[in-house]
Design a protein around this ligand. Structure first.
Ligand SMILES: Nc1ncnc2c1ncn2[C@@H]1O[C@H](COP(=O)(O)OP(=O)(O)O)[C@@H](O)[C@H]1O
Ligand SMILES: [Mg+2]
Length: 264
């Protein structure tokens, strides 16, 4: 497998999509004790870059994602999206969670159309694009099915199509595949890579699965400690499109070992 330094350079040229500057987060407990979860978090994500974040449970990955989403203010520092400081949630950042959380009384198509309708996008275009998105995630023919009529994996596909429908330039994903069985997870990873290459969004992806991080990402940010800090940012230098056989590549095995020992 050839290392790809290209991806770094062309992405860097497009400027940052997300800038995380000196971000620190503390909360105050009922007994007025301050607990610092993480501190001095600094990194940029280029436009169309795919960055994963890893770290032990409780180190603040979801908290960081919620700060970027605008659901939670950080204690100090700031986050910029396309150069603008974040003050609230916005349609420029879409969040994908572990549970697909579809509206149970809406068909697959109506679930996908929900965001575009709420945002006032053109009706006819949105309809055409929703049908196309469902096709893209492998669900042509299931437009009129209700979520309970679909398998868990299919519901995740609808959720992905629904997220893509709002055309947010930034996708924030919090362990989206963690609850899936190995086979479904692999097919969702393949699907995510394909749609990400088509839509070219910026992705910030939380995972506790080292192989998933290396397979999907351009870079992997490693958080560690209490309070957590960035201990290393690892490049995943493999050419795209990537196949799951990549996990047998010697460089892949070496990087996996390195991340494993960093997380220990
Ligand atoms: N406002 C709060 N009150 C109490 N605990 C909090 C608060 N905010 C964050 N925490 C704690 O901070 C830690 C980080 O949580 P989280 O971001 O979910 O970590 P991760 O996603 O890496 O597992 C957890 O131990 C959580 O309980
Ligand atoms: Mg979490």
């Amino acid at each position: 497998m050839k290392a790809q330094n290209m991806s770094e350079t062309y992405k860097r040229d497009q400027g940052p999509s997300l800038e995380i500057k000196d971000v620190t987060y503390e909360y105050v407990s009922e007994h007025s004790e301050r607990t610092r979860i993480f501190e001095d978090i600094n990194f940029d994500i280029a436009k169309r870059e795919f960055v994963s974040v890893m770290g032990t449970s409780g180190c603040g990955k979801s908290t960081l994602l919620n700060i970027i989403a605008g659901f939670l203010p950080c204690t100090s520092g700031e986050v910029l999206v396309s150069g603008e400081p974040i003050t609230a949630p916005g349609p420029d950042r879409a969040m994908v969670l572990q549970k697909p959380a579809l509206f149970p009384w809406f068909t697959a198509l109506k679930n996908v159309l929900f965001g575009p309708t709420a945002l006032g996008f053109d009706k006819e275009t949105s309809y055409r694009q929703a049908v196309e998105l469902l096709r893209e995630v492998g669900l042509a023919g299931y437009e009129n099915n209700l979520p309970h009529e679909l398998s868990g994996g299919m519901q995740h596909r609808v959720a992905l199509a629904r997220t893509l429908a709002i055309k947010a330039p930034v996708l924030l994903m919090d362990e989206p595949f963690a609850a899936l069985d190995a086979q479904t997870r692999q097919s969702m990873q393949d699907l995510l890579l394909r749609v990400w290459e088509n839509h070219q969004s910026t992705v910030f992806f939380v995972t506790h699965d080292i192989e998933e991080a290396l397979l999907l990402s351009d870079r992997v940010v490693i958080l560690k400690g209490r309070p957590a800090r960035i201990v290393e940012i690892i490049n995943s230098p493999f050419v795209r499109p990537r196949e799951s056989e990549l996990i047998l590549d010697p460089t892949f095995v070496e990087l996996r070992g390195r991340i494993r020992s960093l997380l220990r």
